[in-house]
Design a protein around this ligand. Structure first.
Ligand code: SF4
Length: 351
């Protein structure tokens, strides 16, 4: 497919990353080997930029836009989807969760701290684990079918890979906290599985997709971004994957937004969020701020999340207080230690 038409909306002064992304997008989207291309729309700011780019190069209208409704979404996001449909004259298919988040939390448990930690805690709970601080070799005899979660609990990866993300020590004082306050509610990572991951897999089957597009950027960091090495991956037995704005840094994205007048949802322009996703997910770092903003702008959703994640919020707050206390203790011990050395030095010079 000739690239000449791209210069209708690009010019020679444009950011080279933006120009590159158009050239690549043109060659991927218009490649005749793809019949049905599925593009995941989240309603977030990265997704807005990606949609604009893809829509401009999709000459044969092969792209199908899909949004996954997790069951705990901001009204601002839903309104934004309506806006995008009108703006680009497209349809964004709303795919319902296999099990909405409230139902999954009730059936399997609530998410807590992080996806990985929730998965391990959930496994230990299933095996009736007693949250003992014993060596792995002893615990594996008691819980022989719980190998990987026990490895996490006992920090066995530490020697090999420093403070590995597969160890509980990755979350400071989490082990000490759980030993002192064993969870009294079910913890699980399943809500991502039924509201997002498996819904995506089902959509690929439903629409018979042969290429999947997502708006991930390397610069966003985190597990989602670091899972990929570049913008395109071909799969022999699965669907190919394309990440059109993978190389966009924050300033590239800003230049794109200015050039093409991208308008983001009220989650950004009114509420002041820096990113969006499921409303008030217990994994969110700025959870308390997010809850407060949701209370002000989306009071019904605020009630819903407090109901669905009640125990997880309480447990998270308790854990954060515990961490503060432990840090205070740590500081005091250090000061005490320093004073002893100072006293010793003073004593030595006097002597
Ligand atoms: S991001 Fe959070 S709230 Fe959303 S599905 Fe995953 S765990 Fe649940």
């Amino acid at each position: 497919m000739s690239e000449a038409y791209l210069w209708e909306f690009l010019d020679t002064h444009d950011d080279i990353t933006i120009v590159d992304s158009f050239v690549k997008a043109n060659s991927v989207i218009n490649n005749p080997c793809y019949d049905t291309i599925l593009c995941s729309i989240s309603g977030g700011s990265d997704s807005d930029v990606m949609l604009d780019l893809i829509h401009r190069v999709d000459l044969n209208k092969k792209v199908k836009y899909i949004w996954f409704n997790t069951g705990l979404e901001y009204q601002a996001t839903k309104d934004h989807l309506d806006y995008l449909e009108k703006k680009y004259n497209i349809t964004i298919e709303r795919e319902r969760a296999i099990k909405p988040i409230p139902l999954t939390c009730k059936e399997y448990g609530q998410p807590f701290i992080s996806k990985f930690a929730s998965e391990q805690i959930g496994r230990l709970q299933k095996h009736g684990f007693k949250w003992q601080d014993l060596p792995y070799e002893e615990l594996i005899l008691q819980y022989p079918k719980c190998k990987s979660a026990l490895k996490w609990w006992c920090n066995v990866y530490e020697a090999k890979a420093g403070n590995s993300r597969f160890n509980i020590s990755r979350n400071k004082y989490l082990k000490e906290f759980i030993i002192a306050n064993p969870p009294t509610f079910k913890i699980s990572s399943k809500c991502c599985t039924y509201a997002k991951k498996n819904v995506g897999k089902n959509a690929v089957k439903k629409y018979n997709g042969d290429l999947q597009i997502i708006g991930v950027r390397q610069a966003e960091g985190g597990i989602r971004a670091t899972a990929y090495k570049n913008c395109y991956s071909i799969s022999e037995d699965n669907i190919d994957n394309y990440r059109p704005i993978f190389w966009y840094k924050d300033d590239t994205k800003e230049r794109y937004e200015d050039k093409f007048n991208i308008v983001h949802s009220a989650c950004y322009t009114k509420y002041g969020f820096k990113r969006t996703g499921c409303s008030c997910c217990p994994y969110a770092r700025g959870l308390e701020d997010e809850l407060e903003i949701t209370r002000i702008f989306e009071p019904n959703l605020y009630k819903a999340v407090n109901n669905v994640f009640k125990e997880s919020y309480e447990y998270t707050r308790k854990y954060r207080e515990f961490v503060q206390l432990m840090k205070l203790k740590e500081d005091k011990t250090q000061i005490k230690g320093q004073m002893t050395i100072d006293d010793f030095l003073e004593g030595a010079s006097n002597g």
